[in-house]
Write a protein that binds this ligand. Structure first.
Ligand code: AHR
Length: 531
């Protein structure tokens, strides 16, 4: 049954009157042509030992005045649970290839310290280690994605970490885990084979890394009923040759779970990283909050590049794996601006504005369209670092504009992508000779409900969107809107300038959904269908 019993089948479609002065987009949504399932894991997260992500972000310690459970901040847990956070990648990033897991288990006061050479050159006391991370995942109800140290560790060290985490019997590592207070093994579905091996993860070429990935993959064993999904560390941005070398070195068979034991692939997925960096140079990436309209548009051009880059890697993979059994993983993405003035340059702390929210919404539209290959994506990073969901300020917690996009979009997790096709001419903005479409959108269906995501990237003009919904009657729509007075609007502990509100300007008539989006806004619309 539809929400709106009055809504009949969409047969005749008289044009809905529109304001001729406002830019318009006309699109067709084929509800009866569902595509691939959008992996819930494209809404994944990333938490590194970097700046205040772990320490101060997730972890305050048991003696803190900030409400916590076993040292883990409860306000952060509660906020992330509201996103249905599907997985959390840890401990890095670059940090992962310097991390030795045995330093982070056992009594905290006896754990050795180390230097976090990549991020601020600060001393890490290892108080947040394996048990703390797994407890965090349990509190969040999320899947752990653990990245092994390939750059400076050993195969034996990685193999023993898996045994420690996942083995149930009297094996040496299972016994060591028990001696540290954890009887039952944990479930670890996702296992990363290093990070950025072409750079901070070892400075290797693709061939040398592929050999190592096969070696690490071979000894990354499944214990009991824990099945690892091994993710080889991949390319920077559009380095398609890197992906090609990894595809050539997969192992004996393509595919996940086709065969068991020694015959199976040494890794089941290949990652890549892509950040939205505007410049003009790496040393001058621009302020997260102090930017003009031109810089905003340049940022959106950069953000929109993600579509081409996903497609580029997917094309390479298709040549070797036409059945799309090997996963593509974007395990770091997001905006990267200059750090906030007065903060440690190695801590990568940046504010988060409505511009970041629109970068996120454009990425998700691309992720949805590539649901047939992209199995996971992880925002960098969850708390207090780069394009964060959450900022902490002492005991205060700030939900960023990006957080709201993840929350508004969470209904796409596990839904079937629907083709949303723009018809005719869509508005564009000329950005230094590049035509940036100022409309972005995507849609999915699950359990008889359609969720449509719509972004108006125009900095100043509203946009009217008409969606001709085909293949089903359409129930009464409800909408939610994220916008603010300016693109630089952001949230602080004392001022919540960017919030979600109800979208009033949404209606349906004769199967045509009509939405008016304010300038620089993101909206979601939900309605029932009978397809
Ligand atoms: O997310 C910050 C850093 O960016 C990660 O540690 C690294 O993998 C990437 O270069």
């Amino acid at each position: 049954m539809l929400d709106d019993p009055a809504a009949g089948p969409a047969t005749t479609r008289p044009a809905v009157p529109t304001d001729p002065t406002s830019p318009q987009v006309r699109a067709v949504l084929d509800v009866d042509l569902p595509g691939a399932t959008i992996s819930k894991h494209v809404y994944g997260h990333f938490a590194e030992h970097l700046g205040r992500c772990i320490y101060g972000g997730f972890w305050v310690g048991e003696d803190s005045d900030v409400p916590n459970e076993g040292g883990i901040r409860l306000d952060v847990v509660e906020a992330l649970k509201a996103l249905d956070i599907p997985n959390l990648r840890w401990p890095g990033g670059c940090f992962a290839d310097t991390y030795h897991w045995r330093d982070g288990v056992g009594p905290r006061e006896q754990r050795p310290t180390m230097v976090n050479s990549h991020w601020g050159d600060v001393v890490e006391d290892n108080s947040f280690g394996t048990h703390e991370f797994m407890a965090l995942c349990e509190l969040l109800g999320t899947d752990p994605y653990v990245s092994a140290n390939v750059g400076s560790g050993t195969v034996r060290e990685a193999a023993e970490w898996i045994e420690y985490l996942t083995r149930a019997d009297e094996s040496p590592m299972a016994q060591l885990r028990r001696s540290h207070g954890r009887e039952e093994p944990w479930r670890v579905p996702f296992w990363g084979l290093g990070n950025e091996p072409w750079g901070c993860g070892g400075g290797m070429g693709a061939g040398a890394y592929a050999e190592l990935a096969r070696q690490y993959g071979t000894y990354s064993l499944d214990h009991g009923d824990n099945h690892l999904y091994r993710i080889a560390a991949g390319a920077a941005d559009a380095d398609y040759p890197w992906t090609e070398v990894l595809m050539q070195n997969l192992g004996r068979y393509l595919g996940v779970g086709e065969v068991s034991g020694h015959g199976k692939n040494t890794y089941q997925a290949i990652s890549f990283h892509h950040y939205t960096v505007v410049g003009p140079t790496w040393e001058n990436k621009g302020s997260a909050t102090d930017f003009d309209t031109d810089e905003y548009y340049r940022t959106m051009v950069k953000a929109a590049e993600i579509e081409r880059i996903i497609a580029g890697h997917a094309n390479v993979m298709d040549a070797y794996d036409p059945d799309r059994l090997v996963g593509l993983v974007l395990d770091e993405w997001g905006t990267w601006f200059d750090v906030e003035p007065g903060t440690n340059p190695g801590f990568l702390f940046q504010q988060n504005t409505l511009r970041d929210a629109l970068v996120a919404s454009v990425h998700f539209d691309a992720f949805h369209r590539h649901a047939d290959r992209l199995v996971m994506a992880n925002i960098a990073q969850t708390v207090n670092v780069l394009q964060a969901m959450l900022l902490t300020d002492g005991d205060a917690l700030v939900l960023t504009p990006s957080y709201h996009v993840f929350e508004m979009n969470k209904g796409h997790q596990g839904a079937a992508v629907l083709p949303l096709t723009v018809r005719g001419e869509a508005p564009v903005h000329d950005v230094d000779g590049t035509a940036l479409p100022t409309f972005s959108g995507s849609a999915s269906v699950r359990d008889g409900h359609v969720l449509v995501s719509l972004s108006n990237l125009d900095a100043t003009a509203p946009l009217t969107v008409e969606v001709d919904v085909r293949g089903s009657a359409v129930g009464a729509p409800t909408g939610r809107l994220l916008t603010a007075g300016s693109l630089t609007a952001h949230n602080t502990a004392t001022d919540t300038a960017v919030q979600v509100r109800d979208l009033d300007d949404v209606s349906v008539e004769d199967g045509v959904l009509r939405v008016t989006l304010p300038a620089h806004s993101f909206a979601t619309v939900r309605f029932a269908v009978d397809a």
